[in-house]
Design a protein around this ligand. Structure first.
Ligand code: ZN
Ligand code: ZN
Length: 593
């Protein structure tokens, strides 16, 4: 009976195929998710020509009895899915009921499956059942889909090149492997292994198997929770950033999702630890009550909306920032040796699957970088009250670093040393970090010390800028300005905070106005503070090609190691690079191993 129904709905299936099946990766997705639902712990994906010719999935899951196998090709034949918005209420993955019949209507499907003693072999071509016979009793399912869209030339045209289709599938399987560390995945194309994980159940090991040692050795474990969410997983040290967001992997209730809020929070947490144009590698798993998730009804189901995100956002930022803050993040000049890292030895000996680490060209340009020569360092005039950041227990490791200056190279890099090795410190970047911390703390002060300039400062603006500033006079008052309107489009500043650099008051005020104007009506005090702090810090720091005394170097080093993040300037550039004694001995062949 079910057989007849499958045939009569062939047309509907072909139409639905257009929605469910867009590319080879979507076929792989549907089939692999079936395997996961069938409780497989080993899934092989063998592609021919990137899947354009054939996609074959072999699993060791529960398999199907003959009747169920036939039913699975029937539209909406599913015991798992009740309504689309039930997707997150149930523990199964897929958009069942449509996928398999749709795929079968536009390709050739060969299925061998067995749940108990007698297996079933089914062959369907363009939706027509051609073979249905008993087969051997290997537990699990083997399904192959070949010649996708052979009977729908219009759709066939939409399939991209082999490389494109393959890249999509690889990326999907990598993410899936990371969300299921307990499942063994193997993906091959034309018999070449592209992804291979061991199903060890260990997320870090899976990260290692996907990204290789260079990445896995630089991942940091994080854990956090709110009343509604738990988060755990790994984030990368800022030295191994990527040029795109593809490696920010977020998994909600077991499913890889795309969610801008999550991505933004993660990115914001790395604020000043990385340049804006670079993105971290993270694998973060979130668990929450399914009622807080709104699933987009598109069958690919990757886009979701989350509720109660304010707390979640804050938790993500605090957890990641805290982790970065507590870690030693000085990049080694040489790549780390396999033997030096703390991964299990067995894991290191494992073959390392294709490593895909793009070289990070770090061509960060800083505006204002070379604009003005300015040697003086602003004197500290106030004692800063401890801010929230300082309540965190300070990493004893971090404070242990004492750097002794040796001298200045190229008028730009401080050479320093301690018992662990030799360090190069970018003097501008280092001082920028120091000044950034000072400004940020000053801006957060409840009470600011102000000073009245000898002559009030007049600032004239165009009308629109004038109006923006006028709207934000409150903010300016709060940070210590006594400011009033003074005639047409002009403000008069009678008092200003003491932390404005002497001799540069007017220029600094212009910069502060610019920040307010650039943030515009989406004014946000936190962003404003950060923006001002970066701008002023860059301006007030010694630029490259400037000789400074050994005492000044000593002071910079001392202040740097006491900042919240001594490893990056506020633009995210590194401040400090280390040559360990071991590195040096290796380079000079003193150590031969
Ligand atoms: Zn700068
Ligand atoms: Zn910088």
């Amino acid at each position: 009976m079910s057989k007849i129904k499958v045939m009569s709905e062939n047309l509907a299936n072909k139409i639905a195929a257009g929605e469910v099946v867009e590319k080879c990766a979507s076929v792989v997705k549907e089939l692999v998710e079936n395997s996961i639902d069938a409780a497989s712990d080993s899934i092989k994906i063998n592609l021919q020509d990137g899947g354009l010719k054939e996609i074959k999935i072999t699993d060791n899951g529960a398999g199907m009895e003959s009747e169920d196998a036939l039913l699975s090709f029937q539209r909406h034949a599913t015991s798992k899915l009740i309504r689309e918005d039930d997707l997150f209420f149930i523990n199964t993955l897929g958009f069942r009921g449509e996928a398999l019949p749709s795929i079968a209507s536009v390709s050739e499907v060969d299925l061998t499956t067995c749940a108990s003693t007698i297996g079933t072999h089914i062959h369907i071509k363009g939706g027509k059942l051609e073979i249905n016979e008993p087969s051997d009793a290997r537990k699990g399912t083997i399904i192959s889909v070949s010649n996708l869209f052979y009977n729908t030339p219009a759709r066939l045209k939409y399939l991209k090149s082999e490389q494109y289709e393959l890249a999509n599938t690889v990326s999907f399987i990598e993410k899936l492997a990371l969300s299921y560390p307990n499942i063994k995945f193997e993906l091959t194309n034309n018999d070449k292994t592209l992804v291979k994980t061991s199903g060890s159940g260990n997320l870090l090991k899976t990260i290692h198997e996907i990204y290789g040692l260079n990445v896995s050795s630089k991942m940091l474990e994080v854990k956090g929770e709110t009343d509604d969410y738990t988060m755990e997983g790994y984030i990368c040290k800022p030295e191994i950033l990527k040029s795109n967001r593809n490696h920010m992997i977020t998994i909600v209730n077991g499913r890889v999702v795309r969610n801008n809020d999550l991505n933004r929070a993660i990115n914001d947490a790395y604020y000043t630890y990385k340049p804006d144009i670079k993105f971290p590698i993270v694998v973060l798993k979130f668990e929450t009550d399914p009622t807080l998730i709104d699933v987009n009804i598109h069958p690919t189901k990757q886009d979701i909306k989350l509720s109660k995100t304010d707390e979640l956002y804050k938790m993500i930022i605090d957890t990641i920032k805290d982790k970065l803050y507590k870690e030693l993040l000085i990049p080694n000049a040489l790549k780390e040796e396999a033997t030096e890292i703390s991964l299990p030895v067995a894991m290191i000996k494992n073959e390392i699957v294709t490593e895909k680490l793009e070289e990070n060209e770090n061509k960060i340009s800083e505006k204002n970088y070379q604009t003005e020569l300015d040697l003086s360092i602003k004197e500290e005039q106030e004692e800063y009250h401890p801010t929230k950041r300082e309540d965190i227990i300070i990493n004893p490791e971090l404070k242990k670093i004492v750097l002794y200056p040796v001298g200045l190279a190229l008028g730009t890099y401080i050479i320093a040393q301690n018992e662990e090795g030799v360090y190069l410190i970018d003097q501008h970047a280092a001082q920028e970090r120091i000044n950034y911390d000072k400004y940020l703390k000053a801006l957060k002060e409840e009470v600011t010390t102000t000073i009245a300039p000898l002559f009030p400062i007049n600032i004239e603006l165009n009308t629109s800028d004038f109006l923006t500033i006028k709207e934000n006079l409150d903010t300016l008052t709060k940070i210590g300005f006594n400011i009033e309107e003074f005639g047409l489009n002009t403000f008069i500043i009678k008092e200003h905070p003491t932390w404005l650099k002497r001799g540069f008051e007017e220029e600094s005020i212009h910069k502060i106005f610019d920040s307010i104007i650039s943030i515009g009506n989406k004014f946000d005090r936190v962003k404003f503070n950060e923006h001002i702090a970066i701008t002023l810090a860059c301006k007030m720091s010694i630029k490259a090609n400037t000789r400074i005394s050994i005492e000044a170097q000593e002071e910079i080093l001392h202040e740097l190691v006491n900042t919240d993040n001594p490893y990056n300037c506020p633009h995210g550039r590194p401040t400090i690079i280390k040559f360990s004694i071991y590195d040096l001995e290796k380079m000079f062949k003193r150590a031969m191993n």
